[in-house]
Design a protein around this ligand. Structure first.
Ligand SMILES: Cc1cc2nc3c(=O)[nH]c(=O)nc-3n(C[C@H](O)[C@H](O)[C@H](O)COP(=O)(O)OP(=O)(O)OC[C@H]3O[C@@H](n4cnc5c(N)ncnc54)[C@H](O)[C@@H]3O)c2cc1C
Length: 167
């Protein structure tokens, strides 16, 4: 697990992005780099999400005609985010999302909301964050088959797959 962090210890952000996989890092890079927003990216584990842990060469990614190792893609994504001054907070799990307050936008406009994200570091410390926008990019968790004894089959040549080619 990568514990490199650029988290300043702040609590107020324009955007909090939950999840540092390809989706989360892309959103963070765009909000910080394109719009100049103050962005915090909270990641439970390591950068790159599922793409960061894959061992294959990713050969369908725009801009990499010869493919790129998944781990390298993840590290490049994180470096790009850090270059854009995204604050990166790894080993921290977002646990709840709620409305902190509503601000009157006037002119019959819907109220502007300030959102609250409660998160917990690996070591048990909690952190409360507030943001104008929160992006949930937590990916998906595999839904294993096998019912009651599913753990018995792991690593024993029984595979779960959802691709048509594997049906
Ligand atoms: C073995 C393998 C090989 C693959 N090969 C390819 C390929 O060649 N080409 C291709 O296009 N795709 C490939 N994929 C699919 C690709 O990896 C996924 O489509 C992509 O990673 C999805 O990105 P994501 O950001 O939506 O989610 P994820 O990659 O799942 O990232 C979500 C992140 O959010 C974090 N997170 C979740 N909940 C919280 C929380 N509460 N608080 C903080 N953080 C949280 C997770 O730790 C994770 O890092 C592969 C996937 C695997 C597993």
């Amino acid at each position: 697990m990568l514990h490199l962090t650029s988290y300043s210890g702040g609590t107020d952000y324009d955007v909090v992005v939950v999840g540092g996989g390809p989706a989360g890092l892309t959103v963070a890079i765009n909000h910080a780099g394109l719009f100049g927003h103050k962005v915090l990216n909270v990641e439970n584990e390591a950068p790159g999400g599922a793409a960061g842990t894959a061992v294959n060469v990713i050969d369908n990614h725009f801009g990499f005609p010869d493919g790129i190792a998944a781990g390298e893609l993840a590290q490049r994504g994180l470096r790009q985010a850090l270059n854009m001054e995204v604050e990166w907070l790894p080993a921290c799990r977002a646990e709840s999302l709620s409305t902190l307050k509503e601000l009157d936008a006037g002119d019959g406009q819907p109220p502007l909301r300030r959102l609250r994200v409660a998160a917990c570091h690996d070591d048990g410390r909690s952190v409360e964050l507030s943001a104008a926008a929160v992006v949930l990019a937590g990916g998906v968790a595999a839904c294993r088959q096998g019912g009651k004894h599913k753990r018995d089959y792991e690593g024993r040549g029984v595979y779960d797959m959802a691709l048509p080619a594997d049906a």
